[in-house]
Design a binder for this molecule. Structure first.
Ligand code: ADP
Ligand code: MG
Length: 617
């Protein structure tokens, strides 16, 4: 994820306060001279450094739970650029407004933070190792879950750091630090017996000091009376720049040789620390060690499920053993049908079942064609099967096969959480907007895949987005779908049928022309359904009224909970001329950017509806 401030010429990245002041000095110390830098304490935060009256002022900018940015006590802004723009117009509590950006000298790039350098490689490694994924499945997992994985890694990144010793007693730590060069500032970090607490052991003047690192109620880490941090590696990085109560700032890591040899961890870039303040706060210091505080349990934040944790993320045929048996027609004896109805439609009903494969049994949903149906319906169902059989993507319901026995049956992988609109009804309090954006992003990934494969869905709607769980959606119902010819960008229906008019673009209705761009229109309506938490689009209007409404240039209003960025995208999906509409490649990018911007912070917030997992398990 690129830093949202990366493009700003006055953004310096991860530099220390002293370095910031050096830059401002060099630039002349004029009133209102300012720069922006990464906050070393909070994930995703910044510091605004400003000159006034020949003095330096530093204002931390926190990233809030809803993804906005604010200086403590100030107004919230949607990004760091907007925030700076605001304060250039209005000081609003600052000593003066931002008048002159202190731009980076030419050739100087923003200083990457410790984690920035490692992040992409770590995410990839982590996903590959944890879920044993490769190829497309790996790429899709990274795109759809990067913020969650990053958060997970950020909170466990210390385990890969050379200074982290996962099992070391106090005595062993002292032995390690006293052996070899006893350079001031050599340090290590180790977990203590009390869950969620750690000890920072540091050598200075040939004496080892131990500091307690504990977590507050919100899960932030700190040394007694010290600054609080989201993660342990941030605490360490900060204490390398500033002693902050320690007898000396951290310098060289006392390496955990065994761990760094085993885990081929990417090596950390040297942090250019120019900070030399060795001011000592002996008042909080106890050379014999700390007085243990009562242990607080680590906040029990259950990691939320990711699509890759489920059995339907990869195709059941991703196992080469199973692939040997892959055929469109399935044997009836391998199919067990339960008396549970998952849903129904014109064609008949969808029942729950189990399909026996070579090595495993999988839960399936079986679309059973009514007995009385005509040959035309059978043909149609077979066409649906032919389409689905060619698709393999984590965000599309896969077809396992077809079974011709007591009835014609379509055997699909199971997405038991029900349709998206039903799930969202009445859940405004429980399901945050970030969760809705996450699901819609997955739908856009599935649609991008369809677009790449030259298929049109023709029935994209919230009712046809099925959930596996609260954080995992799949596109279903390919009953109207068509594969386009290699050179065709649209499909012309012979005649209008029973069509979902409220989801259809003008060219579908007027000229029966269907393309990925008309699917984009339907995606906009699906977005509207989701952000309105399951409301019916165009309220009581009938199909022809909706058509007239659209022809007059009108569009549905922004649902109350819908973020402006998402309403803007919806409106782009509803651009009248199909040539002017974005394609799914662009839609997915915009969904991704927006969802990433929300996801990294909100996921950790305690108010994320906890009961919802069960509601949709
Ligand atoms: P229709 O063509 O009638 O719209 P759908 O394919 O949309 O048929 O399926 C109708 C309902 O059956 C869905 O709304 C859902 O409740 C259930 N259903 C369909 N496919 C699945 C599946 N793969 N897993 C679980 N439930 C399903
Ligand atoms: Mg349907």
């Amino acid at each position: 994820m690129p830093d949202p401030a990366a493009h700003l010429p006055f953004f310096y990245g991860s530099i220390s306060r002293a370095e910031a002041e050096d830059h401002l000095k060099l630039a002349g110390m004029a009133d209102g001279l300012f720069l922006l830098r990464q906050c070393l304490r909070s994930l995703g935060g910044y510091v605004l450094s400003l000159v006034h009256d020949l003095r330096f002022h530093h204002f931390p900018i926190e990233r809030q739970l809803n993804g906005t940015y604010a200086i403590a006590g100030g107004k919230a802004h949607c990004g760091p650029a907007e925030l700076c723009e605001f304060y250039s117009r209005d000081p609003d509590g600052l000593p003066c407004n931002l008048r002159k950006p202190c731009n980076r000298p030419s050739g100087l790039e923003p200083q990457p933070g410790v984690f920035d350098c490692l992040r992409d490689a770590m995410v990839r490694d982590y996903v590959r190792q944890t879920w044993k994924l490769e190829g497309e499945a790996l790429e899709q997992a990274i795109i759809s879950q990067a913020p969650q994985v990053e958060k997970l890694i950020a909170t466990t990144a210390h385990e890969r750091m050379p200074w982290y010793h996962s099992s070391l007693t106090r005595e062993e730590a002292e032995r390690k630090l006293y052996s070899g060069s006893q350079t001031d500032g050599k340090f290590l970090l180790r977990p203590r017996k009390e869950q969620g607490t750690y000890a920072l052991s540091l050598i200075y003047g040939k004496t080892v000091y131990h500091y307690l690192v504990s977590q507050d109620k919100a899960g932030k880490y700190c040394i007694p009376e010290g600054t609080k941090f989201d993660t342990l590696w941030q605490l360490v990085e900060y204490l390398k720049l500033k002693a902050d109560g320690l007898i000396y700032c951290l310098k060289e890591a006392c390496p955990n040789t065994s761990a760094s040899a085993e885990v081929a961890a990417p090596t950390l870039p040297a942090h250019p620390s120019t900070f030399t303040n060795t001011q000592r706060r002996t008042d909080t210091l106890n050379p014999d060690g700390y007085t243990p505080e009562p242990a607080r349990p680590a906040p029990s934040e259950k990691p939320r499920p990711m699509p890759m944790d489920t059995s339907v993320y990869e195709s059941p045929y991703s196992d080469p053993e199973e692939l040997k048996d892959k055929k469109l027609f399935l044997k009836r004896e391998n199919l067990l049908m339960a008396d549970i109805e998952l849903g129904c439609g014109n064609f008949g009903s969808v029942r729950q079942g189990v399909y026996r494969m070579r090595k495993k049994q999988i839960d399936v949903a079986i679309k059973v064609l009514k007995h009385s149906t005509e040959k035309a319906d059978k043909d149609e169902m077979m066409r649906e099967a032919q389409i689905m059989h060619q698709l393999d993507n984590p965000y599309i319901v896969r077809l396992i096969g077809v079974c011709q026995a007591e009835a014609l049956m379509l055997v699909m992988e199971m997405a038991g959480g029900g349709p998206l609109h039903k799930f969202l009804v009445g859940k405004k309090e429980e399901i945050p907007v970030s969760n809705v954006a996450e699901l819609l992003h997955q739908v856009s990934m599935g649609m991008r895949y369809l677009e790449e494969k030259n298929f049109v869905h023709r029935d994209l709607a919230a009712r046809n987005v099925l959930l596996v769980n609260r954080h995992y959606a799949k596109i279903s119902d390919f009953g109207l779908s068509k594969a386009l010819g290699a050179d065709d960008s649209y499909y012309t229906a012979r005649s209008a049928g029973k069509w979902p008019l409220k989801w259809y673009a003008p060219e579908c209705i007027n000229f029966r022309k269907f393309s990925s761009r008309s699917d984009v229109w339907s995606y906009g309506v699906t977005m509207w359904e989701a952000f309105s938490y399951g409301q019916k689009p165009y309220k009581k209007m009938k199909g022809p009224e909706v058509m007239a409404f659209i022809e007059q240039g009108k569009r549905m209003e922004c649902p109350p909970e819908c973020p402006p960025e998402m309403y803007a995208l919806m409106n782009d999906c509803w651009i009248y001329k199909w040539e002017d509409r974005p394609d799914f490649l662009a839609v997915e990018q915009r969904m991704r950017t927006y969802y990433y911007s929300l996801a990294s912070k909100v996921e950790g917030s305690p108010e994320c509806g906890k009961g919802a997992e069960a509601a949709c398990a």
